[in-house]
Design a protein around this ligand. Structure first.
Ligand SMILES: NC(=O)c1ccc[n+]([C@@H]2O[C@H](COP(=O)([O-])OP(=O)(O)OC[C@H]3O[C@@H](n4cnc5c(N)ncnc54)[C@H](OP(=O)(O)O)[C@@H]3O)[C@@H](O)[C@H]2O)c1
Length: 255
């Protein structure tokens, strides 16, 4: 049997929106490994190693009415931990004039309105935990923008501003809001869909690099980092964006 110190989140309830794959999955697994009861919401079921520790229910953020209902069910009662990591990157890196309105709307629906819906539903449940922790997964693009990713940059910057604003409204004794973001690129299914089959991912980070920070924030309640954005590097170490703006990961769009 595991020792209590190995399961410091035993008895805690967590929700991870967009936790089926990628960074959200890394955070969901870290919280579950520390003993939390983790519910993942996404379109597809978490698969593979580690998925057995996660509960799952379907959620499609492009259907706002159904999503509101599902989030309302998932946030009834008290929640100790919530993470929002859902993303629609766009089908490919494309210049602004080549992006369809429906593609833009999808990015707004998932990346920004999805966060708005999640905050609206989950903040009351987090306040009941007093303190509850909300972790938003951010991006360097918030600070750098870049060609071929206007919809991604715009929605991520707006999402970050939304979280920063709400953080200033919340009483930190009841809810802490912390953003986390990678210093470089992370090897995830969403990124792989946009790369050639023979792409070399050796220099990429892994979702597991977020595990230690997610665990620590959950165990400590994130009090010291309320309202901050923490940049995680390839060693799993982190620093505040206030110390150093992360490097741009943008590259030129091929003609
Ligand atoms: N990977 C990187 O290099 C990188 C760099 C900087 C920042 N980030 C940030 O990291 C976060 C996660 O990205 P990732 O690369 O880890 O992505 P990912 O592997 O593609 O995961 C995205 C998650 O969003 C869910 N999702 C997508 N569309 C959805 C929808 N319509 N409704 C509900 N859930 C939906 C996906 O689940 P389903 O497909 O099952 O619905 C999945 O759980 C994002 O905030 C991104 O901006 C990533």
């Amino acid at each position: 049997m595991s020792e209590p110190h190995e399961r410091p989140l035993a008895g805690r309830k967590a929700l991870v929106v967009g936790g089926s794959t990628g960074i959200g999955r890394g955070i969901a697994e870290a919280w579950a490994a520390a003993g939390a009861d983790v519910l993942v919401l996404s379109r597809s079921t978490p698969a593979g190693s580690g998925s057995e520790a996660l509960r799952w229910a379907p959620l499609d953020l492009t259907d706002a009415d159904a999503a509101r209902e599902r989030l309302s069910e998932a946030t009834a009662g008290t929640l100790d931990l919530v993470c929002f990591s859902a993303i629609h990157y766009g089908d490919r890196r494309a210049l602004f004039g080549e992006v369809t309105e429906s593609e833009w709307r999808r990015q707004v629906d998932v990346n920004l309105h999805g966060l708005w819906l999640t905050l609206q539903s989950s903040l009351p449940a987090l306040r009941r935990a007093a303190p509850g922790l909300f972790v938003g997964v951010s991006s360097e693009v918030v600070y750098n923008a870049g060609p071929g990713r206007s919809g991604y940059a715009a929605t991520k910057a707006a999402a970050s501003a939304l979280l920063n604003s709400v953080a200033q409204e919340e009483d930190a004794d009841r809810v802490r809001i912390v953003q986390v973001l990678p210093a470089g690129m992370v090897d995830t299914p969403g990124i792989r869909r946009r790369r050639p089959a023979d792409f070399d991912y050796d220099s990429y980070m892994q979702p597991g690099h977020f595990g230690e920070l997610a665990r620590l924030l959950a165990v400590t309640g994130g009090a010291e980092h309320h309202g901050d954005s923490l940049v995680v590097d390839g060693d799993g170490q982190w620093r505040s964006v206030r110390e150093e703006i992360p490097a741009s990961q943008s590259r030129a769009v091929r003609a």
